[in-house]
Design a protein around this ligand. Structure first.
Ligand SMILES: [Zn+2]
Length: 74
C-alpha cells in the first residue's frame, strides 16, 4: 500500500476542490486528526487522518529540505 508522506507546514493538493475553488490546503496541525487551512479562503477544517490521506492528491510544497519524489503511476 502506498504511504503518503506529509508533514506540518506542507501545502497539499486535495482531490476535491474547496467550495471557494481552491484545491490547495496547508497542514497547520497534525495529530490523530489533521487540521488543514484552505490556501484560497483561509478557512480551516479538521479531518481524520485516514480521510485526509484518502482525499489528498499530492504534496505541492514541502517544508522538508529534500523529499524523495516517488513516481506515481495512477
Ligand atoms: Zn477555500
Amino acid at each position: 500500500m502506498e504511504r503518503k508522506q506529509f508533514q506540518l507546514g506542507d501545502v497539499v493538493q486535495m482531490k476535491k476542490n474547496h467550495p471557494c475553488g481552491s484545491s490547495e490546503m496547508e497542514i497547520i496541525r497534525m495529530g490523530m486528526d489533521i487540521r488543514i487551512k484552505c490556501v484560497g479562503c483561509k478557512h480551516s477544517v479538521l479531518v481524520p487522518r485516514a480521510k485526509f490521506e484518502k482525499n489528498m492528491r499530492k504534496v505541492l510544497r514541502s517544508t522538508a529540505i529534500m523529499v524523495e519524489d516517488p513516481k506515481t503511476n495512477e
